[in-house]
Design a protein around this ligand. Structure first.
Ligand code: C2E
Ligand code: MG
Ligand code: MG
Length: 686
């Protein structure tokens, strides 16, 4: 039954089979009617022929009245009802049985002519030219009632036969359809569905055939289509894989190999025991280009830079983009350091000219390079990259340093940096950090110095290492995000002091706090500081913030706005370490700060170096002409103090006058015995 089920359900097969069935029935019907007529006619002729034989044999040798007797003698035999014999003129010669049928033309030859049937087809009238009586025509009426029954039987037989044929043909057709059409069609359907569900392996569902007919062609076409589908899917997949492979090894915007490709290159070189020189390039402050001109313009600039770097690199070098603003150049083989130097310089030279970022706008990119070379078989690709990155990070500390080689010392310093970073976090929780205050003084003509303020300086007493210089731990705090917590600590301590002194003496000197470059770059600087000040309880008028010149010059537009906002809060603002940061005088004019502090390195050389003295004098004149106070820091000798007094330096700060002291010691040394008049005059000054 299961074999038949699909066949019985096959609508197409049913349609064809029923069509065939109807066709056979129609054809048989068309054939059956004339065939029945022919049968009936033949039957009549048989009856007529029998009557002829019988009558002729009775008439043989009969004459005159004998003819009539002979004719009567056969009546009743074989269904003969009447016999009439006519002469050539149509006159009745003899007759027997029922009233004779009228004469009619006899058939030619031996065969009797038939006049037709009578009595509803039960009798037949036949005429023929008698053999026995010359020129006489015999007309006989014969019983023929058996003919319709035989005709019916004949028709039934034929119909039965047709029925069998129809059944056989129908079933046969169904089976043939099943074999030649339905099964291949079902296989085609299954194969198409399966291939549709798994097009990548479509060729696994090809059917294969040796048939030469249309079904064979259809299967062959179907198979060819599956093979094509599989092939095109395979090609699509290969292309997608190729693209994915490309993307996993390339940077989509520049088309350069990416960090993964660089590591692979380094690994191959390592496997081949080939030394490698790696230059790690960073485009400094590239974010500014993005934020000013948009990310798309930024990518265009990077693409232009990539082309230049490619041009600068040698044909065998691998240039990769390994980060948003980072590139790397790797060169395999033994290379003397001077060659690495010249490659770095070549890369810098090519990167230096301004790049057009949009119509009429150009940007100059500041590129820094860290260089590392494999110095043994144990240096992995990752090691080399991080060594070069470490060297790169050192270039940030010195604006004049454009590239830096990795060395074991650097690694040691980095390790040290790491350890200190961990310790610093603990130090904050364990109160190892505290604030000291260094006094600042005004110099009178007679050489007397009067306290004018103080600078809060942070100290760290490490439980094992002892005191750690802020010059060491402040950059660590900046890089680990702890610097804000340190400034909060300083401002809290300063606020506490100012409040205590005001309560005790009714006044307090102004105290300066240092801001790191990172903090000065904060977009919410003013809001942040105003919150801290409010928390510390220090009146803004008694607080000064010192920002280094380098920090102020990083982003001049921001600095101008930030200085304005800070002064808007009531704070005084001064520029620290002035003279080291390559200030443009036009920018300084726009900063509108309250004071500039001459860097200690210039003060140190007063009396020793004419150039340093010239710088100090120039800064003093500059401050005076811009209406800014000038503070000299690091004053250690009377000669330095004398030089500064003569040039009307507003304030001095240095070990000669006072070292940084803990707040209590500072109070004892400088505030307790302060004459009230001096305090009042001090407060009255801006
Ligand atoms: P700075 O702000 O320029 O501070 C002046 C530095 O010079 C202080 O060093 C001070 O002790 C030192 N100094 C002052 N007079 C003399 C002198 O006559 N001779 C010598 N040899 N040194 C003198 P210190 O405290 O080691 O601070 C170094 C730097 O660390 C500071 O330079 C400042 O940039 C930074 N710093 C210190 N405390 C903080 C802080 O709380 N926050 C931030 N962001 N930076 C701080
Ligand atoms: Mg300072
Ligand atoms: Mg300074």
């Amino acid at each position: 039954m299961t074999i038949w089920r699909p066949l019985l359900r096959c609508r197409l097969c049913w349609r064809i089979t029923l069509g065939v069935f109807a066709l056979i029935v129609a054809v048989e019907s068309v054939i059956l009617v004339p065939s029945g007529r022919r049968f009936e006619r033949t039957e009549w002729q048989r009856v007529a022929a029998r009557a002829q034989i019988m009558v002729e044999s009775a008439l043989a040798g009969a004459r005159g009245a004998d003819a009539a007797k002979a004719a009567s003698s056969v009546i009743g035999l074989y269904g003969l009802r009447s016999v009439a014999i006519y002469d050539s003129r149509g006159a009745l010669i003899a007759q027997g049985g029922e009233p004779p049928a009228p004469p009619f033309a006899a058939a030619r030859g031996d065969m009797a002519g038939l006049a037709g049937t009578g009595d509803g087809g039960r009798t037949l009238t036949a005429a023929w030219l008698s053999h026995a009586i010359a020129r006489a025509t015999v007309v006989a009426r014969v019983e023929a009632s058996a003919v319709p029954a035989r005709l019916r039987a004949y028709l039934l037989r034929v119909a039965g036969l047709v029925g069998i044929i129809v059944v056989v043909v129908t079933v046969g057709t169904m089976l043939i359809l099943d074999l030649s059409l339905l099964r291949p069609l079902l296989r085609l359907r299954e194969s198409s569905l399966a291939a549709g569900a798994d097009p990548e392996h479509a060729e696994a569902f090809v059917l294969g055939t040796r048939r030469r007919d249309e079904m064979g062609e259809l299967i062959a076409a179907h198979d060819a289509m599956l093979a094509q589908v599989a092939e095109s899917r395979r090609r699509d997949r290969e292309m997608a894989e190729e693209r994915a492979r490309f993307l996993t090894h390339h940077d989509p915007s520049t088309g350069l190999p990416n960090g993964a490709a660089l590591l692979e290159f380094l690994a191959h070189q390592g496997e081949a025991a080939n030394p490698v020189t790696l230059l790690h390039l960073n485009v400094q402050r590239f974010r500014l280009v993005n934020s000013t001109y948009g990310a798309q313009a930024g990518e265009r600039v990077l693409c232009a830079l990539a082309r230049r770097l490619q041009h600068a690199a040698a044909p065998g070098d691998l240039l990769a983009r390994i980060g948003a603003d980072r590139f790397a150049v790797a060169r395999g083989g033994e290379i003397p350091p001077h060659e690495a130097h010249s490659l770095a310089e070549r890369l810098l030279r090519h990167a230096a000219p301004p790049i057009e970022v949009s119509a009429g706008n150009e940007v100059s990119l500041a590129v820094r390079i860290g260089i590392a070379q494999t110095d043994g078989p144990d240096v992995s690709g990752e090691d080399l990259v991080s060594r070069a990155e470490l060297a790169l990070s050192r270039t940030y500390e010195d604006p004049a340093c454009k590239y830096q080689f990795y060395s074991a010392d650097l690694a040691e310093q980095a390790r040290e940096h790491q350890l200190l970073a961990q310790d610093l976090e603990r130090a904050l929780q364990r109160d190892e950090l505290f604030v000291v205050l260094q006094p600042k003084f005004e110099l009178a003509r007679d050489g007397a110095a009067a306290l004018s303020g103080a600078e809060a300086l942070l100290r760290w007493r490490h439980p094992e290492r002892g005191p750690v210089s802020p010059a060491k731990f402040i950059p660590i705090a900046e890089s680990t995000g702890l610097v804000d917590a340190l400034t909060e600590l300083v401002l809290r301590a300063v606020g506490e002091r100012i409040r205590a002194w005001r309560a005790r003496y009714g006044w307090s000197p102004r105290v300066a706090v240092n801001l790191s470059a990172q903090q000065f770059g904060r977009a919410d600087l003013a809001a942040w500081l105003s919150r801290l000040l409010a928390e510390s309880g220090a009146p803004p008028g008694l607080v000064e913030v010192e920002i280094t010149e380098t920090a102020a010059m990083r982003d001049v537009l921001h600095s101008v706005a930030a200085v304005g906002e800070l002064r808007g809060l009531g704070l005084r603002v001064s520029i620290d370490d002035f003279g080291t940061g390559y200030s443009s005088l036009s920018y300084l004019r726009r900063f509108a700060v309250d004071a500039i502090k001459i860097d200690k390195s210039f003060v140190d050389d007063i009396g020793r170096d004419r150039h340093a003295e010239a710088v100090c004098s120039a800064i003093l004149r500059l401050g005076q002409s811009l209406g800014m106070r000038v503070v000299a820091e690091g004053v250690e000798t009377a000669a330095q103090a004398d030089f500064l007094r003569r040039r009307k330096c507003d304030e001095v700060q240095g070990f000669l006058f006072g070292k940084p002291l803990a707040p209590v010691a500072f109070e004892q040394a400088w505030l307790r015995d302060m004459p009230a008049a001096h305090a009042t005059a001090l407060l009255a000054r801006r």
